[in-house]
Design a protein around this ligand. Structure first.
Ligand code: GRF
Length: 192
């Protein structure tokens, strides 16, 4: 990826819909000296998302957009107005349109709780347990117009135990997500 701008840290927006543990983790990472990104904006399609509390806590600008088709134009305009150069999806439950993705081509990444290309889509942990998988994990990938199908940046493996429940597995995978997401971002911008 080409250098996105001449400034020291890349102006980044994080899109969330829920709890925001990845958002919290990314904010903490972005505040470290060696982070290539600065989180300037948190966007949510859900005004009740718990993760919005982290934006408040760290005094980061936040904005709600419902992401209806017609509203995407406003989101794009808002991102441009705020000079956003890079977007991290972190538990964002809306599918972005082709037009939106093209506007930020190669600048949107996502975290998914499985070892892609396995278990694209929703309910990954449920399906992993049901299929008696021995290994699962998480993937950080570029976002393209096909669901969970963009180029893989980084993956972390996680063992699945026989007695795992949705809760225990989710917790163990999340722990790796929190390690993997900053590593993936560092990897993208390593040579700038
Ligand atoms: C994570 O498991 C992430 O991989 C998936 O949604 C979940 C979001 O968790 N896309 P959180 O809101 O970051 O805690």
């Amino acid at each position: 990826m080409k250098k996105l701008s001449g400034q020291t840290k890349i102006k980044t927006a994080v899109f969330i819909s829920g709890t925001g543990s990845n958002l919290n983790n990314l904010i903490r990472f972005s505040l470290t000296k060696n982070s290539p990104i600065k989180i300037c904006l948190v966007i949510s399609n859900n005004s009740k998302a718990k993760g919005l509390d982290f934006a408040k806590k760290f005094k980061i600008k936040k904005k709600i957009f419902r992401f209806h088709k017609n509203e995407e134009k406003l989101v794009i305009r808002y991102l441009i107005k705020n000079k956003i150069e890079f977007i991290c999806l972190a538990g964002f439950m809306k599918i972005l349109s082709k037009n939106f993705i093209n506007k930020f081509k190669g600048k949107i990444i996502n975290i998914h709780p499985s070892l892609l290309p396995k278990y694209k889509g929703l309910n990954t942990h449920y399906r992993v347990i049901k299929n008696r998988e021995k290994i699962t994990g998480c993937t950080i990938h570029y976002v393209n117009s096909r669901l969970d199908s963009g180029k893989i940046i980084l993956q972390k493996k996680v063992k699945v135990f026989k007695n795992d429940t949705l809760i225990t597995l989710k917790k163990r995978v999340l722990k790796q997500e929190h390690i993997a997401y900053p590593l993936a971002i560092a990897k993208i911008f390593a040579n700038l």
